[in-house]
Design a protein around this ligand. Sequence first.
Ligand SMILES: [Zn+2]
Length: 322
Amino acid sequence: MQGMGTPAFEDLGHGITAIDTGYVRAFFDASHLVVEGGRAAFVDVGTSHSAPGLLAVLEAKGLGPEAVDYVIVTHVHLDHAGGAGEMMRRLPKARLVVHPRGARHMVDPSKLWAGASAVYGEDAMARNYGQVVPVDASRLLEAPEGFTLELGGRPLLFLDTPGHARHHFCVWDEASRSMFTGDTFGLSYRELASGRGAFILPATTPVQFEPEALLVSIDRLLAYLPAAMLLTHYSRVTEIGRLAADLRRQIGELVALGRAEDGKRERGQRLRAGVERLFLGWVRDHETPLPAERVRELLAVDVELNAQGLEAWLDRDRRVVP
Ligand SMILES: [Zn+2]
């Protein structure tokens, strides 16, 4: 769906636009464009395939590539940062803003590629991500906890938010009272919304899922009293208190599942089955008006990722506590 033409995008007010990167399916993976005083920044950029579409939306806003000051990646997972190098190649004035723990992977993406290949397989990698282009180290801006930058005079504050990944920050935009959450505040696919509102799901992706850290990070985000959370999957949610409570409960249930299945034969398979059972139950309780088969299809990749992430966590946990 990417390539030709302008992708689906939505104005969220305050100079913020959600853009569909085209990765996986419609309304799965968002990039957010922020414009202030004629200067622009992208927060998360999908894959290399997404770059032409993101620039088409920039142009639709009356801005050229030289208006972009920053490409910001919440973390270096490839559905967020896989296209960063390609974007930097097309944006002559931009600097790449990245968590200090993710910086070296942007300069030399070979380990990222190998890590993702282990999860997704080589074939899917080439098809889904294209090339991951390295970024010149001199164009990097590392954003540790408390770092601020100004976009056309508009302050953006960076918060270190481990739990989904140790190379993850969230970005607080005081002007709109919005938090760019990457994957820290979970995933909210629009298809799964119901009369009860948005549906949410934690992302316990390999290989750095840390439940305790994730709960602390979620609390930190809430402390800013955001009017909106802007998720990469997919964009704006506003019922923050309820969604945070859902996430906390779900993380607890996933952790309990992991501990219950740990040490058993065929742990991986049992975890996949258990994660799917939990997901389908949560969707059912949310009264999403979709057939179970469709829900299973929509969440298949997340079942796999969350199960693998639980395994990575259990193995890491065992090494720390002998
Ligand atoms: Zn991620």
